[in-house]
Design a protein around this ligand. Structure first.
Ligand SMILES: Nc1ncnc2c1ncn2[C@@H]1O[C@H](COP(=O)(O)OP(=O)(O)OP(=O)(O)O)[C@@H](O)[C@H]1O
Length: 234
């Protein structure tokens, strides 16, 4: 289980997020500008809160009191940012290999791991391509392969389906469900689309102005009629 309590002043409000995430897929919802991406960046170790703590099981990843800040590459996090952020001059293979190199995994082992994940995600044939020559759906899979190849302890996906056309979106949804359904770790998936919640999520977390105002099952969320709003509530 991933537990956190985070405080970080933002442009127009302070992110003050306190919660826990159980294993399985949690859809993260909330109006634009609510703090969803910032929360994921804090959990990944890419944004610095002013105070708080993050705990994954027994491991403390961040504690302002204890002066602990585990850097992203040592958190065991699989993170897919909004625009995938693939390295443009590296092939697909090198992009996916990157996290293993950073962890000093030996070359032979790296090759086995990368080939295995590319095959699992159905993109083995793209290994030598550069990101500029990938479709949106293919780039999405490469970003996911890069996040999963390190066998992450938790997974953060920031609007992984947003840039896709409706047809690809549906295909990628099925594929994500397949890949992540056996993930026994916490997965946070930011989305604005109610269909993503219904098809992918085990639970829902709703953020409003930097605070978590709901965390619970999909049915409970539907019963309460909380919208997967795309607009800031004025
Ligand atoms: N480093 C920062 N310092 C100060 N303010 C920030 C910082 N990063 C983001 N913000 C502001 O914090 C608010 C939350 O931004 P964030 O990107 O986390 O929202 P979001 O819920 O992911 O939105 P969207 O759904 O549009 O992607 C916004 O008002 C944004 O302008």
């Amino acid at each position: 289980m991933l537990e956190f309590e985070l405080e970080m002043p933002l442009a127009s409000f302070t992110l003050h997020a306190e919660g826990r995430v159980d294993p399985g897929i949690t859809a993260v919802l909330g109006p634009s500008g609510a703090g969803k991406s910032t929360l994921l960046q804090c959990l990944a170790g890419l944004a610095h809160p002013v105070s708080g703590r993050i705990r994954l099981g027994e491991r403390i990843l961040y504690s302002s009191n204890g002066r602990i800040f585990v850097p992203p590459e040592h958190r065991g996090v699989g993170y897919v940012p909004q625009q995938y952020a693939l390295f443009p001059k590296m092939t697909v293979f090198r992009n996916v290999e990157y996290g293993l190199r950073a962890r000093r995994v030996p070359k032979a082992r790296r090759e086995v791991k990368v080939e295995e994940i590319l095959r699992r995600l159905g993109i083995g044939h793209l290994a030598r391509r550069l990101p500029a020559h990938l479709s949106g759906g293919e780039a999405q899979r490469v970003a996911l392969a890069r996040a999963l190849v390190i066998d992450p302890d938790y997974i953060l996906l920031d609007e992984p389906l947003a840039a896709l056309d409706p047809e690809t979106r549906e295909a990628v949804r099925k594929f994500l469900r397949g890949v992540l359904s056996d993930a026994s770790c916490p997965v946070l998936l930011v989305t604005h689309d109610v269909e993503d919640v219904r098809r992918l999520a085990d639970r829902v977390m709703v953020i409003h102005e930097g605070r978590i105002i709901f965390y619970g099952g999909v049915e409970q969320w539907e019963r309460q009629g909380i919208p997967a709003s795309t607009r800031r509530v004025e």
